[in-house]
Design a protein. Structure first.
Length: 192
């Protein structure tokens, strides 16, 4: 089985470099054009089963990348992390504030009044276990979701020695994890 984890296209929040989390924004024009240009990465792919976040930006992204295959399951457990009070703040500003308090880029700091990393890991692990239980004999499983959701899956299960924040893929790209039965045999980036 090949498991494709793909991040949604570009939004205004992405361009502003802000924590948008569960703000349900659509793709912007740049995102639509960028995904259309990246569609060739997936043209060869025969999708056996497709999962998608219930957020607009993910659903739009799936429809652009895979127009000939309907989503099999829209999943609430694939929505982006809830950033609570950090929603709308710039990444850089929040990082400077946390550095001043003694944290480092390697620390996983739960956002004030938001979802904890423990909760994010719990829901993404449950999702992955569900997929592996249901589809291990299928060829190509596609998941269109969000940056930190994908990073959480990769960090917890496949690239544990990496910094979690660096595992968030570029918009429209992601990872393909190859399994032989239930054993992971390779992890590759979907590259530009």
């Amino acid at each position: 089985m090949n498991l494709y984890l793909i991040r949604h296209g570009i939004t205004d929040g992405n361009l502003k470099k802000i924590y948008n989390g569960q703000v349900d924004e659509k793709l912007n024009q740049d995102g639509i054009i960028d995904l259309t240009n990246k569609k060739h990465y997936y043209d060869h792919l025969k999708v056996d089963y497709a999962y998608c976040s219930t957020m607009q930006r993910a659903m739009q992204s799936y429809d652009i990348l895979f127009p000939d295959k309907k989503v099999d399951e829209y999943r609430q457990d694939l929505i982006e992390m809830n950033f609570g009070d950090w929603t709308g703040t710039k990444y850089h500003d929040k990082f400077k504030e946390l550095l001043a308090k003694g944290y480092t880029f390697n620390d996983l700091i739960d956002p004030d009044n938001g979802e904890t990393y423990q909760a994010l890991f719990k829901r993404t692990t449950a999702f992955l276990e569900d997929v592996l239980t249901k589809h291990i004999q299928k060829n190509n499983i596609v998941v269109v979701s969000h940056g930190l959701v994908i990073a959480a899956i990769m960090y917890q299960h496949f690239l544990k020695d990496k910094n979690m924040y660096e595992l968030s893929p570029d918009n429209g790209l992601g990872y393909v994890i190859e399994f032989d039965n239930d054993k992971m045999i390779s992890v590759n980036k979907i590259a530009r």
